[in-house]
Design a protein around this ligand. Sequence first.
Ligand SMILES: Cc1ncc(COP(=O)(O)O)c(C=O)c1O
Length: 335
Amino acid sequence: MNPVDLIIRRAYPYETEKRDRIYLALNENPFPFPEELTKEVFRRLDGDKMRIYYDSPDKELIEKILEYLDTDFLRENNVSIGNGADEIIYVMMIMFDRAVFFPPTYSCYRIFAKAVGAKYLEVPLTKDLKIPEIEVGEGDVVFIPNPNNPTGHIFEKEEIKKILKKGAFVALDEAYYEFHGESYIDLLKEYENLAIIRTFSKAFSLAAQRIGYVISSEKFIDAYNRVRLPFNVSYVSQTFAKVALEHIGIFKERIEYIVSERERMKKALKELNYSISDSRGNFVFIFMDKRERDRLVEQLRWKNIAVRSFREGVRITIGKREENETILKELEVFR
Ligand SMILES: Cc1ncc(COP(=O)(O)O)c(C=O)c1O
C-alpha cells in the first residue's frame, strides 16, 4: 500500500467540534486569560525579536519555571518546553521503542502512537483503578497522567515507583497538577528514568498559546532537545507564559474556585446516587454503562451542552458556577 494510504488507515484525523452554548468537553479553564496580563504581554512584545528565530526555550522562561517549581535540586538543564504538553508526548513516542499506557487514560497517547507508527501496548487499569501488573523494561516509555484523565483519581507513589524500578522510562503527566496541589517531582532526585510533564493550558488559561514543559535529568532533556523541532514554541507564547508566572496570585484564586466547584459537584452527584471517581482535576467523572452514557450525552446535546464520552462513562469539565448548576439540574432530571 502506498505510504499516504497507510497513514490514513492507521492515524486519526484531528477534528474540531462545534462549540456549544455550554462546552465542558476539553478540560479548558472557564476563565479567560486576564485582560490586564494580555495588555502586559503586548506592551513587552518587541518587533525586533519577531524578526529572529527566537530561543526556545528562552533562558528567562526556564528561570521562572524553576522559581515556580521551587525545589533545591533542579537546574536550568533539567527543564525544556514544548508546543503544548502534547508536543512533548508526541516527541517521546519517537524517542522510545514502545509506549505503554493504561486506559481509561489520556486519549492522545494512543492517537500520537498511531500517528507516528510507534509500537504501543495498552493494558487497562484494574477494577479499583490501580496500575496493572505488567512486564516493562528498558526501551519502554510508560505514560501515566496524575491526576488521571479522565477519572481524575491519584495514583499512589508506590505504584509509580514499581514501574520505575523495572527500568522503564516513566512520563508522569501532571497536566492537572495545580488542581490537586501535590506533585511527585521529588522522585526525580531518586530516578533518572523519569520525566514530569506539565502545561500552561489548564491552570493558566493558555490552551490557545500551546505551551507545556518537561522536567527530567540533564541527559533526558538533552536528548529531547535534539529530537524536537528547533524553535518549537513561539516568542509570543513564551512571553504569555512568563507574564502568567509573574502573576501566580491571580491564577491561584481561580484554581481555588475551580477546586471548590469540583468538590461541590462531587457532593451533589453522590447525593443523586451517581457513581463517580474521586477526581482531583478540573473535571468530574461519572461511571456509566454504554446505554446510559449515550442517553445522557444525547440529552445534554439537545440542551446544547457538550461533555466527553468514554467507554467507562462521562467526563464533565468544571465550568463557571452557572454552567455547573445548569448541568447539575440536567443530571437531576436524568436521574
Ligand atoms: C493528561 C493530559 N496531558 C496533556 C494534555 C495536553 O496539554 P497541552 O494543551 O499542553 O498540549 C492534556 C489535555 O487535555 C491532558 O489531559
